[in-house]
Design a protein around this ligand. Structure first.
Ligand code: 5GP
Length: 130
């Protein structure tokens, strides 16, 4: 398999292993900041805020709606981990938790993940300005 194929396989919405499963398995390095039995949190490789951390359940669901329907307790674990990481990162002044869901929202990795954003005054919701 070529390098390009490997990249496509880890991001495609086709049921194959995702990039995040490879990070969970320690096959791809990541800056892991916190981990529980059911979740892992690591810094986004292309941060969109001063603090930008991805919180990922270790069991794969394609998006947050599927996760909520199948395992609401695991969704609660993801949110609890986001809150814990916000505390560890000193985000007491506020933070945002975002689940991009589907192509129009810009979801690129089809293994549900929360974006934890903070560490600065965040702009309003809406269309990306960059
Ligand atoms: P999505 O667009 O699916 O909501 O979010 C996927 C996120 O994964 C993006 O913010 C992107 O920057 C991040 N990302 C993509 N590849 C890697 C990687 O190899 N390592 C890390 N830590 N983050 C990545």
């Amino acid at each position: 398999m070529s390098e390009r194929d490997a990249t496509e396989d880890t991001t495609a919405d086709n049921g194959s292993e995702t990039l995040f499963e490879r990070i969970i398995a320690r096959e791809i390095p990541a800056d892991i900041v916190y981990e529980t039995d059911t979740t892992i949190a690591f810094r986004d490789i292309k941060p969109q805020a001063a603090t930008h951390i991805l919180v990922v359940p270790k069991t794969r669901y394609r998006n947050v709606a599927e996760l909520a329907a199948a395992d609401p307790r695991l969704l609660a674990d993801v949110i609890a981990t986001a809150g814990k990481v916000a505390e560890l990162e000193g985000l007491g002044n506020g933070y945002r938790v975002v689940f991009n869901t589907g192509a129009d929202a810009g979801q690129t990795v089809f293994h549900v993940h929360a974006h934890l954003l903070g560490g600065e005054q965040l702009g309003p919701f809406g269309r990306y300005s960059q």
